[in-house]
Design a protein around this ligand. Sequence first.
Ligand SMILES: Cc1cc2nc3c(=O)[nH]c(=O)nc-3n(C[C@H](O)[C@H](O)[C@H](O)COP(=O)(O)OP(=O)(O)OC[C@H]3O[C@@H](n4cnc5c(N)ncnc54)[C@H](O)[C@@H]3O)c2cc1C
Length: 378
Amino acid sequence: MIDCDYLVIGGGIAGCSVGYFLSAQARVIVLERESQPGYHTTGRSAASYTTVYGNTAIRALTLASRSFFDSPPPGFSESRLLNPLGALFFADQAGLPQLDALLDDVRDPSRLIRLTGDDARALVPVLGPQVVAGAHEIVARGIDIHALHQGFIRGLRVRDGDLHTNSEVRGLVYANGSWQIETNDAVYRAPVVINAAGAWGDTVAALAGVRPLGLQPMRRTALTFRPDDGVEIAHWPITVEIGEAFYFKPESGLLMVSPADETPSPPCDAQPEEMDIALAIDRLEAATSLRVRHVAHKWAGLRTFTSDRTPVAGFDPVALGFFWLVGQGGYGIQTAPGLAQIAAALAMDRDVPPPIVDGGFRAADLAPARLHSTLGAG
Ligand SMILES: Cc1cc2nc3c(=O)[nH]c(=O)nc-3n(C[C@H](O)[C@H](O)[C@H](O)COP(=O)(O)OP(=O)(O)OC[C@H]3O[C@@H](n4cnc5c(N)ncnc54)[C@H](O)[C@@H]3O)c2cc1C
């Protein structure tokens, strides 16, 4: 029997970030089924940080994460966590109302400024003549996910916490004030279990006899290709069609493109469908002068949403010692530092740090109980 204060299930960005913050005060073990902790969604993301993406709660969590990204604790990472990128949202005539709505919603020229079609083409010259306007988010960045994830794991270990890979949780029982957690090769005991199992959040709840939250994993596809000689992509922003029909961004000398698909899926090792790859290429080639001659790499990952598209961080209202940290959707990397600090404070029954409260955070927005009412009785 291995004892700890907090047992975290899932070694993606969610589990490792909350484990890192908890380990400053408590003994933490993170369990990951795969041999690589970023094997699922964390290792398959577009790695962007944008403050105008998602609903109000997501935007607050993203802004609350910025100071950690900009100034992580000494020794956290040898490289910078954020890199120059910027984001360009572009519109044709039909997309203008959506572009106006975004600019109206953000209303902060230090974050988002309106561009003409020609301004947009000055940034990304391959955009076609149908592009009549854009919005430029100067503060958007690329995230070094490997540095962020490894920083959390290293920090967890330095503080006497641990990450056990190849450890699949197969059973959870609550008795005498503690959870007993059985994996393929060990038994653990902890008063608090943190469910950070991503697409498998409801599966882990079912193992523990806890009522599920109705989490919905959605497949999203991406591919990379090398643009034709002479197309200079190094300084392009992430470039997003305002209706999110597709987006593209530079990635290590290649261009990554995604059809921004959201196809419901059971939790699984998601694989790209040929139809979605073709859709991405069609949309890109229709809107730009780019041509995809050879796909270098293609993949898919599961973005897991709650019914209100806001993450969950909080104790289950019924099951003692069962803490949820799930439903990060398409924003789990850019919100990780802020969300994990909130989750760690709630799990330890402490006050949430002031900079995060000041950023517009309300614990009730993240509470699991809000989802039970939408799921109905039983
Ligand atoms: C194509 C794509 C683009 C994206 N772009 C962005 C972006 O630009 N910016 C951004 O912020 N976010 C982005 N995201 C979303 C982001 O990647 C996710 O929100 C985030 O990775 C979720 O992290 P997680 O730790 O919850 O999930 P995961 O990384 O999936 O981790 C959960 C882990 O739990 C483990 N697990 C499950 N069950 C068990 C068990 N029984 N026992 C032990 N371990 C278990 C799994 O093996 C898995 O490793 C994107 C996602 C995709 C797919």
